[in-house]
Write a new protein. Sequence first.
Lengths: 114, 111
Amino acid sequence: EAGVAQSPRYKIIEKRQSVAFWCNPISGHATLYWYQQILGQGPKLLIQFQNNGVVDDSQLPKDRFSAERLKGVDSTLKIQPAKLEDSAVYLCASSITGDGETQYFGPGTRLLVL
Amino acid sequence: KQEVTQIPAALSVPEGENLVLNCSFTDSAIYNLQWFRQDPGKGLTSLLLIQSSQREQTSGRLNASLDKSSGRSTLYIAASQPGDSATYLCAVTGANSKLTFGKGITLSVRP
């Protein structure tokens, strides 16, 4: 069974530029999560999708971050414009139903904003 | 608001030692607790998941315990090996199915 796929793996941009990350969850998983992990911290949930609907985006900085999950499969997370403090690893995870069962994580995208 | 604490932040032990990693959480109304492993530059791998009604789970050399009333969990690693070197994160699932993570413990096992 293929795992959660993410691309790109690394990205370096200058502040005020825009960037987009892509995630393809495990086939059949209804729930998709985007997390932000700053160096030395645990992952923080940014947004949770159930199929193509948003369940929780309370910690998403909506003035600069946006995410979509068209057709309820893969998802894109965008940052525009990026700030220095956005430097982090962006992790995508998926689970079958979202009812507290195990989440499967992708390898992450490491973003450096200069 | 749920808070998860893992102390110490880093630990270095000689190969072969049995060790215990600690995790504490402030709100005992949890659905389950998970221990994850994170290797440098990689994503998270779930090691053990303990439901709120359970006391412990075992997988190979790993044993995780849960004391929900006191808000504590431990991950026991038997006969540690250099390949166990990684960051270990504890996370609790609240009633809203949301995962709250600790900052992790970076373990180094010296040959």
